[in-house]
Design a protein around this ligand. Structure first.
Ligand code: NIG
Ligand code: FE
Length: 421
C-alpha cells in the first residue's frame, strides 16, 4: 500500500537537504548543502516520504484526507539542528562567577578555590528531582524554539553514584516526554568532588567499579566523557577511566585541550573516540591524529566567547587537514550559558572564519556523526525522521549574518509541528 502524506510543505525557497556523504569532510563537502531551489517535503507520520522540487514532491505523494499543507512562501528550510555537547541538567545558575570573571578572575582560578563545577555539584546533590526536571525542561523548550531537535546531554554535576544516576534519569525521563531527543553521556569524571580532593585514586576507583556498572545496568548512557585538562584529569588517569568505559561498552568523548594543550586530542584519537570537544589549544600532532582516526572535532565557540577568550579553535586548519568538524553550544551554567545553536553559527563565521554552509553542515549532518547517528538524522531524505526547521529568511547565508535573534518560524519534529502555528 502506498503511504499517504500527512504533512506537505511546499514553495520552499532554499531547501537545505544535506543529502550526500556523511560526515562532510574538507571544504568542498562541507560547502555542499544538497540545496534545492523551489523545494518541497512530504511527510508520512514521523518520516519523510519525499523531498525535492516542490512540483515533483506534490505530484509524487498522495495526500491523506487530514493532510496539513504549509506554504513556505519562499522561506529557507533546513534539517532540525543537532546540538552534540550540552550539560543541561542543573539547578543553580552561576552569574556570581560570571561577574567575578568580568572583574578579572579566570575560570580556573574560580574552579581551584571551590567554585565552578564543584559549586554546581554541591547544589545538584541536594536539588529535588522534580525541580531538576522542570528547570531542564525549560532549557529544552528554549533549544527547540531555536530550531534544535536532538541534543547530546551529559551528567557530571553529581560526582557520586546516586547523584550521577539522578541526572541521567532526568535525561532519560525528559527524552521520553519532550519533543527533543536526548542522547545521554556519563560524565562522572568531570571533576574531583570536594570529599576526594586528597584521595583522587579512590574517586577514580568509584567511577570504574561503582558508577560505570550502575550506569550500564540501567542502560542510562551511550557515551562516557571526561575533562582531560591540567588540574583536572591528566592523560594517564583519562586513559584508565576511558579504557574501563570502553570495556563496559560505552562510546568515548573527551573534553580535550580546552584551556591548555595537554595531548587530549591525541589520546581521543588513540582510543578511537567518537568525538574530541573544545580543542582551542589542539597541537599540530593532535590535528593529524584526529584526521587519521576520524574522531569528530566538536567546536564550542560560545565557551571562548563567554570566557572572553582571545583564541578560538583553529577550525580552518582542521578543515584543511581533513578533520571532521561539528559545532555545539556546550550549554552549561559555568563556561557557556546559552541554548542558541544559531548564535554559535554566527560565532563560527565571525571568529573561526567558517562559511554559513560549513557551519550548517557542522550542526546537522556532522553533528549527527558526533553522536553516532550519521546517516540516521541531520539530513532530509526519504525514510529519515521528519525533523526540520522553517526559517524566516530567503537565503541561508542570513543565518550567521543576522545574529543573536531568533529567525525560526516553525519546527517540525517527527512529522509534528512543535513550534509555530
Ligand atoms: O565544557 N570544561 C568542562 N566542562 C564544562 C564547564 C562546566 C562548568 O563550568 O560547569 C565545559 O566548559
Ligand atoms: Fe562541556
Amino acid at each position: 500500500m502506498k503511504k499517504k502524506a500527512t504533512l506537505l510543505v511546499k514553495n520552499i525557497g532554499q531547501l537545505v537537504t544535506m543529502t550526500g556523504p556523511f560526515p562532510r569532510i574538507g571544504k568542498k563537502q562541507l560547502n555542499d548543502l544538497g540545496l534545492v531551489e523551489g523545494g518541497g517535503i512530504a511527510v508520512a507520520g514521523n518520516e519523510i516520504l519525499a523531498v525535492g522540487e516542490s512540483e515533483v514532491v506534490e505530484g509524487k505523494a498522495p495526500l491523506s484526507d487530514s493532510c496539513k499543507v504549509i506554504d513556505a512562501k519562499g522561506a529557507v528550510v533546513t534539517p532540525g539542528l543537532i546540538d552534540p555537547h550540552t550539560h543541561p541538567v542543573f539547578s543553580m545558575t552561576r552569574e556570581k562567577e560570571f561577574e567575578m570573571r568580568i572583574a578579572g578572575k579566570s575560570y580556573m582560578e574560580i574552579a581551584q578555590t571551590g567554585g565552578g563545577i564543584r559549586a554546581s555539584v554541591r547544589d545538584l546533590r541536594s536539588a529535588p528531582r522534580k525541580q531538576l526536571m522542570e528547570k531542564t525542561k525549560k532549557r529544552l523548550d528554549r533549544m527547540l524554539r531555536y530550531g534544535v531537535t536532538t541534543i547530546e546531554a551529559k551528567s557530571g554535576y553529581g560526582l557520586s553514584t546516586d547523584a550521577e544516576l539522578k541526572q541521567l534519569e532526568v535525561i532519560r525521563d525528559l527524552n521520553q516526554t519532550h519533543s527533543i531527543d536526548l542522547v545521554p553521556t556519563f560524565l562522572g569524571a568531570h571533576e574531583i568532588p570536594d570529599e576526594y580532593r586528597n584521595q583522587r585514586n579512590e574517586y577514580i576507583d568509584i567511577i570504574i567499579n561503582e558508577m560505570l556498572p550502575a550506569v550500564i545496568k540501567d542502560n542510562l548512557a551511550e557515551f562516557s566523557d571526561i575533562f582531560t585538562e591540567e588540574g583536572v584529569y591528566d592523560i594517564e588517569e583519562s586513559r584508565k577511566i576511558q579504557q574501563a568505559a570502553r570495556d563496559a561498552g560505552l562510546g568515548l568523548k573527551f573534553h580535550a585541550d580546552e584551556l591548555k594543550s595537554v595531548g587530549g586530542a591525541e589520546l581521543a584519537a588513540e582510543m578511537g573516540a567518537i568525538s574530541a570537544d573544545h580543542l582551542v589549544y589542539i597541537s599540530d600532532a593532535g590535528i593529524s591524529a584526529l584526521a587519521k582516526s576520524g574522531t569528530v572535532a566538536v567546536l564550542l565557540p560560545g565557551t571562548t566567547f563567554s570566557l572572553s577568550g582571545k583564541q578560538y579553535a583553529p577550525a580552518r586548519i582542521m578543515i584543511e587537514e581533513g578533520v571532521t568538524i561539528a559545532l555545539s553550544t556546550d550549554c552549561n551554567p559555568g563556561s557557556s550559558f546559552s541554548e542558541s545553536l544559531p548564535f554559535m553559527i554566527s560565532l563560527a563565521a565571525l571568529e573561526m572564519k567558517m562559511t554559513a554552509a560549513e557551519a550548517l553542515s557542522a550542526v546537522t549532518v556532522n553533528a549527527a556523526c558526533a553522536i553516532n547517528r550519521g546517516g540516521k538524522i541531520g539530513q532530509l531524505q526519504p525514510e529519515m525522521p521528519a525533523d526540520f526547521v522553517i526559517w524566516d529568511m530567503a537565503d541561508y547565508r542570513e543565518l550567521p549574518y543576522h545574529y543573536a535573534v531568533n529567525l525560526v518560524t516553525r519546527v517540525i519534529k517527527s512529522g509534528q509541528v512543535v513550534v509555530g502555528d
